[in-house]
Design a protein around this ligand. Structure first.
Ligand code: PSU
Ligand code: MN
Length: 306
């Protein structure tokens, strides 16, 4: 088999060779999750948070057919401004590479690329999951299957609250994905710190997480892990308040006949409008917080490998 066609930035290559902690970051949040210019500003702040936490950031995207691991400033800006960029998941990652296309990577595609590059820890905002009404639409994010099969720790603020969180947790349990509440007993709901659903597992120290992760490997258990980190208190939008906004956005997007990959970006954009931009501030705060925690986790897991 040909070697995986990855292009590592010099900084990421050097960090991986020296076994220094590296944190993978996705790019769909930049191209489809947040509007310009907040997307670029947030992407920069997220990279800074990883560095502040003592790790090297590796933002992942496909540019003109190259799977890039670690983007320079100019490339990040090009992506943030780009329109008509593909949103890549497991199904179409290779399609974009083969065709020399440009695309951003979702949680699923970022996990695949991170694993190939040898990066174990990845920070995002919120994973995709089981959509509300999935019993008729069958809309279940490929992120869940990827967590079941690819060995990467994903740090997120739970799953996006636009989803059916109870069903999302059921699928994660069925597929054998550990869901760990970070210093919480309640599964976080993205913009809100609580969902009212219990987090299946709980850990309070990065060292304990690193030991759990190493033990899964030792037992031959494949697959990833979801570390659920509640949004910082000062940035939270309470659940009751978000629920009304989400219900309205979901109803509108469904009535408009939006399908497949367009559902999540359309919902997020509508929620920014309905909250007068407040959801954007919260989204920014939670991704930065996750990046900081991911750096701490990467430091713990990289010292565990020695
Ligand atoms: N988290 C965010 N904003 C986003 C996403 C996550 O704060 O835009 C993206 C992620 O890339 C995730 C994707 O993998 O949404 C899920 O899309 P779908 O529901 O179509 O699988
Ligand atoms: Mn979907």
């Amino acid at each position: 088999m040909a070697p995986a066609p990855l292009t590592l930035s010099p900084e990421v290559a050097a960090a991986l060779a020296a076994r220094r902690p590296v944190v993978a970051l996705e790019s769909t949040i930049v191209t489809h999750g947040l509007p310009f210019p907040q997307n670029l500003e947030t992407a920069r702040a997220v990279e800074a948070a990883v560095r502040d936490g003592g790790a090297v950031p590796a933002t992942i995207a496909v540019l003109d057919g190259a799977v890039r691991i670690g983007l320079d400033e100019a490339t990040l800006e090009r992506l943030a401004r780009a329109r008509d960029v593909m949103k890549l998941s497991r199904a179409d990652l290779a399609f974009a590479v083969a065709g020399g296309r440009t695309g951003s990577t979702t949680v699923a595609a970022t996990m695949i690329a991170a694993r190939l590059a040898g990066i174990e820890v990845f920070a995002t905002g919120g994973i995709g999951g089981v959509h509300r009404g999935a019993e008729t639409s069958f809309d279940v994010s490929a992120d869940l299957d990827e967590l079941a099969r690819t060995a990467v720790i994903v740090v997120s603020a739970g799953a996006k609250a636009i989803l059916d969180l109870a069903k999302t947790l059921e699928v994660l349990e069925t597929r054998g994905v550990p869901v760990v509440g970070w210093r919480t007993d309640d599964f976080p709901a993205f913009w809100s710190r609580t969902s009212g659903l219990p987090a299946p597992l709980r850990l309070d120290e990065a060292e304990d997480l690193a030991r759990f992760w190493a033990t899964r490997r030792a037992l031959g258990l494949d697959g990833g892990l979801l570390l659920a980190n509640p949004v910082p208190v000062e940035a939270e939008i309470p659940r009751a308040e978000m629920e009304a906004v989400i219900a309205r956005a979901v109803a509108e997007v469904e009535a408009a006949g939006v399908r497949a990959k367009d559902v999540t970006p359309r919902l997020l954009a509508r929620i920014v409008e309905l909250t007068d931009g407040r959801s954007l501030t919260t989204n920014r705060a939670l991704v930065i917080s996750n990046a900081h925690l991911a750096a701490e986790v990467a430091r713990a897991t990289s010292s565990h490998m020695l």
